[in-house]
Ligand binder design. Structure first.
Ligand code: PLP
Length: 378
């Protein structure tokens, strides 16, 4: 199979990730709950994994790396925590439902939000559009690092500076960018929410919430942490405050190994490889009769390795179905991001998305372009 659905989750998982997850499952039990060797082994796995993640994202304090079941959970924690007393948020027009639905649900608690327009390649205009959305009630800017539909990159370092200039917090949705684009907590982001199973090559059902040194939030869930069990009050210590319940030890072990995989390959090299494939696809498709592209030629500074298109007269789901019959896995429809499709005028058609990863070859892309050409009758 030619797998081009890495924005949903990367596949295959590297051999070393599979091995690390299997080893953790074989050799550990519930961490932080008991003093026996299997419990201690699990505690060690989690501690080492936390250190790996902290180092990867340039964090000094590994207790501010929170393991979660996914980016959605991380975003819900950040959004509900920051807006628990109401207030206003600014989001980009490219946000995923993992941002939009929690915000929409908070309307009943008096939360409102404004949407900033994004201008690919024109960061001044994009930052200005965020600035114009800020009002006296604004508490936070919540912003994707890269669109999961169009690959458009947002200038999050500049948006972070803007937020802080106005005394606001910034939450970055790094679902598509963690492991793919350069991302450092030294930039001053307050909260970074990441998926563990996409560009970090970890197992599905893993995610991260990275907190800045002075960021305080209430937890989304409370419960047993193995610590301070005599108290009915949720611990304030990190990471326990946010990690109630039995952790996904094998998933976390796999996630840390996925990060080591990215480190061993070199994040910049991987990005360069994937962007060259996306650029090739864009160049081939842009010259093809019957193909509709929605973005300018994707360069490495303004785009992440994601490209969406449509074949004229064909529903995106139908195109994906036909490609699937030819052994090519892509995603069609709205990609859980109706906002991003409304912004591009594709809410009725959806689009067909190509998203490569470290394991995608040039030949995979050549064959995919060939298949699209045949389907378009070009
Ligand atoms: N945000 C964006 C931009 C995404 O693309 C996704 C998943 O596709 C998410 C959030 C949710 O991530 P997860 O599936 O890890 O909860």
């Amino acid at each position: 199979m030619i797998y081009l659905d890495s924005s949903a989750t990367t596949f295959p998982k590297p051999q070393r990730v599979q091995q690390a997850a299997a080893n953790a499952m074989k050799g550990s039990a519930n961490p932080g709950r008991s003093g026996h060797s299997l419990s201690l082994a699990a505690g060690q796995i989690i501690y080492r994994s936390r250190l790996t993640a902290a180092q990867f994202f340039d964090m000094e304090d590994e207790t501010r790396v929170i393991f979660t079941p996914g980016c959605t959970f991380s975003l819900n924690t950040a959004i509900n925590g920051l807006l628990s007393d109401g207030g206003h948020a600014v989001v980009s027009e490219l946000e995923h439902n993992a941002v939009m639905r929690p915000l929409e649900a908070l309307r009943s608690k008096g939360v409102s939000f404004s949407t900033a327009k994004v201008y690919p390649g024109d960061n001044d205009r994009t930052v200005d559009s965020f600035r114009r959305c800020i009002n006296v009630n604004t508490k936070v800017i919540i912003c994707t690092h890269a669109s999961n539909v169009w690959g458009i990159r947002l200038p999050i370092e500049r948006i972070c500076a803007l937020a802080h200039a106005y005394g606001l917090k910034i939450v970055v949705d790094a679902a598509q960018s963690a492991g793919v684009l350069p991302l450092s907590m030294q930039e001053g982001f307050d909260v970074v929410c990441a998926a563990g199973h996409k560009g970090l090559y970890g197992p599905m059902g893993t995610g991260l919430m990275l907190l800045s040194q002075d960021m305080e939030l209430p937890p989304l869930i409370t419960g047993g942490t193995g610590s301070n069990s005599a108290s009915l009050v949720q611990p304030t210590e990190l990471p326990d405050r946010f990690e109630s319940g039995t952790p996904n030890v094998s998933g976390i072990a796999g996630l840390a190994e996925g990060i080591r995989f990215v480190q061993s390959k070199g994040q910049e090299k991987l990005l360069h490889h994937e962007m060259s494939l996306i650029r090739y696809a864009w160049q081939m498709l842009s010259g093809m009769r019957g193909i509709r592209l929605y973005t300018p030629e994707p360069d490495e500074t303004s785009f992440a390795p994601v490209l969406s298109f449509n074949i004229e007269g064909m529903d995106s789901e139908e195109t994906a179905g036909e490609l699937s019959k030819r052994g090519i896995a892509v995603r069609a429809g709205l990609h859980c991001s109706s906002a991003a499709h409304i912004a591009a005028g594709t809410i009725d058609t959806g689009a067909v998305r190509l998203s490569p990863c470290a394991f995608t070859s040039k030949n995979d892309m050549v064959q995919t372009v060939r298949a699209v050409k045949a389907l378009a009758g070009a």
